[in-house]
Write a protein that binds this ligand. Structure first.
Ligand code: MSP
Length: 626
C-alpha cells in the first residue's frame, strides 16, 4: 500500500464565479483525497487559482480596479464555495503568491541554462476568451476553432520552449506507462497528436503586463501555461522544501477536464523532463457536464450555480449527484430533475429508509438495543463484496462505479428486510430476529464508513443514529464485519434525507389529509411566515407542465412577483386575472421548470377540487395577513 497520495485539480481562472462544472472536478478530487485518508495514507490534495493573463487584466480594467483586487474577491468567493461543499484541500495555491513567482522565475532560469528556451518571433492569431494562440491553418472561417469567436493578429517577440525535443521521450514514456493518460480514449488521442509532430511553443508575452516577468528579460511575461502548470510543483515544495517535495512529488493523479488533457499530458511532462523531474503518475481527463447538448461554460453563459443547489437540496445531495450520475470519464447531461430523482431514490428512499426502518425496528423489538447475533450473517458477504468493489473502483479512478458498489449493499439490505420480515420473527419469538437486526445495523455502519469519501454529513448522521460516536475516526479497516458492539443503544433521529417534493413550492401538492400529523407550533413559529395579499396581474400555462401556471402578482412592492403555482388543472389563466390571493412572501425562491418562483399561493384541496384562498373583500396589495 502506497503510504502517500497527491491529487490535484486544475487551478481555476478567477475571472467569474465558478459553476457546477468546476465543482464536478473538485468534488471528484475531494472524493479521491478522502478515500486515501480513509486508507490511512498521507494525502496532499491541492487546488487553487490561475490568476494571471490578459483576460483578467482586461476584466479588472473594465471593472475599474486592479487585477489583484479583482481576483482577490473572486478567490474568496471560490474558497467559500469549497467550504460549502466541504472540499478537504490541504493547500490552495494562487499563482500570484510570491512562493510561486519565485519558482516560475527559477524555472525560466533553468530552462534557459539547459537550452530549452530561446528567443524568436511569434506570429499567429490570438483568442482572448480562450487565451489561445492559433496558427493560420487552424482557424475556422477566420475564427477561433475552439469558441468560434473573433481572433486578433499578433506578431511579437517571444521566448519559445523546445517542445519538439520531447516528442520521442514522451511517446516512450506513454508506451512504458500504460496508466499515464486515462481513460484510454484520451491516451490514444494524445499518442496520435504527438505522432503528428510537436512544434515548439511560445511561452512568453510582451503584449500585457499582468503576469510574472522573466528574470533574464523582464520585458517578457511568462505566458499562461508555464505559469499555470508549474503550480503543482510549487505547491509540493519545489525549490522551497526538498524533503516535502520528495515526499509529495510526483503527483499520483492530476484530475482535469478533457479539454486540457493536452496541456497536462504533453506540455507539462515535457517541461518536467526538461527540468529533470519525475512525471506525474496519472493524468485523468474526465468528461464534461453538459446543459442541453452544450458544454456548460462561463463564456457561453449557460451555467448552473452550485451554491443555489446546495441551499436547496443540501451538500450531500449535490456531491452525490455529481459523483454518481455520470459514468466518470464520459460527458453527461445536467438536469435538476435528475438531481431530485437521485436524491429521492438513492438517498431518501434507499439509504434514508434503511436507516429509519432499522432503528425503528431495533427500538420496537429489542428495546433500542443492538442485539447480539448468534447465527450466520446473510449480509456479511454482501458487505465484504461492496467494500471490495468500491475500493477497487476508486483505485482505478472509477468514481461513479464505486458509489454504485456501495449502494448495492444498501439495496440488498432493504430487500433483506422484506425477505426476513423481522416483524414476523418478533411475533413468533424467533431467535433469528437478533441476527437480522444486527445484520441490518452493521451493514449500515459499514455503509457509513465507505460513504465517507463521497458524503460529508450522512456518515456522521448514520453513526449517531446507530448510537456510535462521530464517524470522524472511522477508517477503511473499520469496514471489517463486527465493528458495531452489541448492546449499543440506537438514537433514532430525523430522516437523514427528507424526500424532495419537486413541486414543493406548490401549496396544493400537500396531501389533503396531512393535518392530523402536523405538529403544533408556537406563535413565534407562525410569525416567521410572511403572508401577504396579492393581486394577480397575469397568468399563463407553463409549457410541458400540465399542473403549473406562471403568475405575476402585485404585492404592492412596485415590481410584481413571478410565482409558479400548481393550480392549472383547476383554473383557466384568464379567469384569475384581477383575483386576490394570499402569498407566502418570504419563501426561498425556487426554480420550477426553469422559472424562478418567488413565493407560494395558498389554496385548499379536497376530493372535489381546489380553491385558492382570497380575502372576502378586496384588500390593498401587500396587506399582511396575521
Ligand atoms: N486555468 C486553467 C487550468 C490550468 S491547470 C494548470 C483552466 N481553468 S478553468 O477555470 O477554465 O477550469 C477548467 C476546468 O474546470 C476543466 O478542466 C474542468 O476540470 C472544469 N470544468 C469547467 N467546465 C466544466 C464542465 N462543463 N464540465 C466538467 N468540468 C468542467 O482551464
Amino acid at each position: 500500500m502506497a503510504e502517500r497520495f497527491t491529487v490535484t485539480t486544475p487551478i481555476y481562472y478567477p475571472n467569474d464565479r465558478l459553476h457546477i462544472g468546476h465543482a464536478y472536478t473538485t468534488v471528484a478530487a475531494d472524493a479521491l483525497a478522502r478515500y486515501h485518508r480513509l486508507r490511512e495514507e498521507e494525502v496532499f490534495f491541492v487546488t487553487g487559482t490561475d490568476e494571471h493573463g490578459q483576460k483578467i487584466e482586461e476584466r479588472a480594467q473594465k471593472a475599474g480596479t486592479t487585477p489583484i483586487a479583482y481576483v482577490d474577491e473572486i478567490v474568496s468567493d471560490i474558497r467559500d464555495l469549497w467550504q460549502l461543499l466541504q472540499i478537504s484541500y490541504d493547500d490552495f495555491i494562487r499563482t500570484t503568491e510570491p512562493r510561486h513567482e519565485r519558482v516560475v522565475q527559477e524555472i525560466f532560469r533553468k530552462l534557459e541554462a539547459s537550452g530549452d528556451i530561446y528567443l524568436s518571433q511569434y506570429e499567429g492569431w490570438y483568442c482572448t476568451p480562450c487565451e489561445s494562440f492559433w496558427v493560420e491553418g487552424k482557424l475556422v472561417d477566420g475564427n477561433c476553432p475552439s469558441c468560434g469567436g473573433p481572433v486578433a493578429r499578433l506578431n511579437e517577440e517571444s521566448y519559445f520552449f523546445r517542445l519538439s525535443r520531447y516528442a520521442e521521450p514522451l511517446l516512450q514514456h506513454i508506451d512504458s506507462h500504460p496508466d499515464f493518460i486515462q481513460p484510454t480514449s484520451r491516451r490514444n488521442e494524445m499518442i496520435s497528436f504527438i505522432r503528428q509532430g510537436l512544434e515548439d511553443i511560445s511561452v512568453s508575452r510582451t503584449s500585457f503586463r499582468w503576469g510574472i516577468p522573466l528574470p533574464q528579460d523582464p520585458r517578457h511575461i511568462a505566458y499562461v501555461w508555464i505559469d499555470a502548470l508549474t503550480n503543482y510543483i510549487t505547491a509540493c515544495g519545489y525549490l522551497q522544501d526538498e524533503q516535502r517535495f520528495a515526499r509529495f512529488w510526483p503527483a499520483d493523479v492530476h484530475l482535469v477536464g478533457k479539454e486540457i488533457v493536452r496541456f497536462h499530458a504533453i506540455i507539462w511532462p515535457a517541461i518536467l523532463l526538461a527540468l529533470g523531474l519525475p512525471l506525474p503518475r496519472v493524468v485523468y481527463g474526465h468528461g464534461w457536464l453538459l446543459l442541453g447538448e452544450q458544454k456548460m461554460s462561463k463564456s457561453r453563459g449557460n451555467v448552473i450555480d452550485p451554491r443555489q443547489l446546495v441551499q436547496r437540496y443540501g451538500r450531500d445531495a449535490v456531491r452525490y449527484y455529481l459523483l454518481r450520475e455520470v459514468p466518470f470519464g464520459a460527458d453527461g447531461n445536467y438536469t435538476e430533475e435528475a438531481l431530485i430523482l437521485r436524491t429521492n431514490v438513492d438517498l431518501a428512499n434507499d439509504l434514508g429508509n434503511l436507516l429509519s426502518r432499522t432503528t425503528a425496528m431495533i427500538e420496537r423489538f429489542t428495546g433500542g438495543i443492538v442485539p447480539k447475533p448468534s447465527g450466520d450473517s446473510v449480509l456479511r458477504p454482501v458487505a465484504v463484496e461492496a467494500v471490495r468493489k468500491a475500493t477497487q473502483s476508486l483505485d482505478r479512478l472509477q468514481v461513479s462505479d464505486a458509489v454504485v458498489a456501495v449502494f448495492e449493499l444498501v439495496r440488498r439490505a432493504n430487500k433483506y428486510i422484506e425477505e426476513a420480515a423481522p416483524w414476523q420473527l418478533n411475533r413468533s419469538g424467533d431467535a433469528r430476529l437478533n441476527d437480522v437486526l444486527y445484520d441490518l445495523a452493521e451493514s449500515l455502519r459499514i455503509t457509513a464508513v465507505v460513504l465517507k469519501p463521497f458524503l460529508v454529513d450522512a456518515p456522521h448522521a448514520i453513526y449517531r443514529q446507530l448510537g456510535l460516536d462521530s464517524a470522524d475516526a472511522a477508517r477503511l479497516r473499520d469496514t471489517a464485519w463486527g465493528g458495531l458492539p452489541p448492546g449499543t443503544r440506537v438514537q433514532r433521529g430525523e430522516p437523514i434525507f427528507p424526500r424532495i417534493d419537486a413541486e414543493s413550492i406548490v401549496a396544493s401538492s400537500a396531501p389533503a389529509d396531512a393535518a392530523p400529523e402536523t405538529p403544533q407550533i408556537s406563535i413565534d413559529d407562525f410569525s416567521r411566515l410572511d403572508l401577504r395579499v396579492g393581486t394577480i396581474l397575469s397568468a399563463s400555462k407553463v409549457k410541458g407542465a400540465d399542473r403549473l401556471l406562471e403568475l405575476t402578482v402585485d404585492l404592492g412592492e412596485g415590481e410584481p412577483r413571478t410565482v409558479v403555482s400548481g393550480i392549472a388543472e383547476h383554473y383557466q389563466p384568464q379567469a384569475l386575472l384581477g383575483s386576490q390571493v394570499v402569498i407566502v412572501a418570504n419563501l426561498q425562491p425556487a426554480k420550477i421548470r426553469g422559472i424562478v418562483s418567488h413565493g407560494m399561493i395558498l389554496a385548499g384541496k379536497t376530493e372535489s377540487g381546489l380553491q385558492i384562498v382570497s380575502p372576502r373583500e378586496a384588500l390593498p396589495p401587500g396587506t399582511k395577513i396575521k
